[in-house]
Design a protein around this ligand. Structure first.
Ligand code: NDP
Length: 339
């Protein structure tokens, strides 16, 4: 990390450096040398660019420190008998350094079986933390009941978590899925490829008006990835005793506000008056649900009932740019860097 963007600014490519480094020394004590194949860039990384990350699950990076996160790679040298040279492995925590050749701890990875290297990036998306977030958020905090013909709205709908959240809500029997996203191209993707029932482009359409047209019976479940004005508009359409899954608030990540930021007065009043259940969701609190949810996602994907979409940038030297672009809406589906 070259420099910090500052708490009230969008990150830029110049915040990231790219430089040669030495090949790792022989690994010791259950560590492995791996060759990085794919890396994941994620919104939570924005908070690690501040002096204080402001969250308890991730520390801030120091200036000059190598960026780290989730990644996939091949084992080159191992000191753990469970892993041998050539195995494909994926991260189980956010400690994989953005280096072509790097050292990982055997407890920070798991082996990927039954999937080719070409497809291994799926373990950073639909079969990784973002897929789990979309699925577990809906399953555990959505109050989904298939006999109630519920209407579900997803913001950040064409992103990694949003795509999975909307599709899983449909798989669980919800009647109507509406996505909110930033471009017409994303709207078409949601309606045509993911079979959402409707989509709203918040940059070119009046969200409140479009929701009134698309959701005449009100909104029962809102999967909130973005917060801010978009969420205020959705909350104004929510039914009594409906549910907000507070997954993320990306519209505030480039500003100095606590997480989650407080609702404005009008929305807070509505949440109270309509007994809207609005609780913070953190996927890491549901680690016990990971195996069963991955099995559910794998089965649905294999049966063609779940679509995965990735936006792939090429080259480690472009990872900073991929992050910056993802934060401003360039990606459809999961943003990945192919090293
Ligand atoms: P995405 O793939 O959705 O990428 C980010 C997207 O956010 C962009 O493509 C852009 O799409 C949208 N965006 C950026 N700025 C704004 C803005 N000001 N207003 C509205 N939308 C904006 O990322 P993820 O799927 O990885 O993450 C989505 C959310 O889920 C984030 O808030 C993240 O922090 C959260 N998250 C939460 C987890 C949890 O455990 N609670 C775990 C993982 C992620 P567009 O074109 O639509 O603007």
């Amino acid at each position: 990390m070259n420099s910090r963007p500052g708490v009230n600014s969008a990150p830029t490519v110049s915040n990231f450096g790219y430089e040669p480094c030495t090949y790792p020394e022989s690994p010791k004590n259950r560590h492995l040398v791996v060759e990085t194949k794919y890396i994941s860039v994620d919104p939570y990384m924005r908070c690690r660019m501040n002096v204080d990350s402001g969250v308890d699950y991730a520390k801030a990076w120091g200036i000059g420190e190598t960026i780290s996160g989730f990644a996939v790679g091949r084992v080159l040298q191992s000191t753990n008998e469970s892993y041998k040279k050539g195995d494909l492995v994926t991260s189980t925590d956010m400690s994989w350094q953005w280096k072509k050749f790097t050292v990982v701890h055997s407890e920070s990875i798991r082996k990927i079986d039954g999937i080719s290297e070409e497809q291994s990036s799926l373990t950073l998306g639909i079969f990784g933390l973002t897929g789990l977030t979309g699925a577990i958020g809906v399953m555990e905090q959505g109050n989904i009941q298939s006999d109630l013909f519920q209407t579900v709205v997803v913001s950040g709908a064409a992103g990694a978590c949003g795509c999975v959240a909307g599709q899983v809500a449909k798989l669980l029997g919800c009647k109507k899925i509406i996505g909110i996203c930033g471009t017409q191209e994303k709207c078409s993707f949601l309606e045509e490829d993911l079979k959402f029932n409707g989509a709203v482009c918040y940059k070119s359409e009046n969200v409140k008006q479009r929701l009134a047209e698309l959701c005449p019976d009100g909104v029962d479940v809102y999967f909130d990835n973005v917060g801010g004005n978009i969420s205020d508009d959705v909350i104004s359409h929510m039914n009594k005793c409906s549910t907000v899954i507070l997954c993320g608030q990306i519209s505030t990540y480039n500003s100095d506000v606590p997480y989650p930021p407080p609702l404005n007065q009008a929305s807070a009043k509505l949440v109270h008056a309509n007994s809207i259940n609005r609780e913070r969701f953190l996927v890491l609190s549901y680690a016990n649900k990971f195996p069963s949810t991955l099995a559910f996602l794998s089965k649905a994907y294999a049966e063609g009932k779940l679509v995965s979409k990735e936006t792939i940038s090429h080259g480690l030297q472009n990872a900073g740019n991929a992050f910056v672009q993802m934060m401003s809406g360039y990606n459809i589906g999961k943003q990945i860097v192919k090293v």
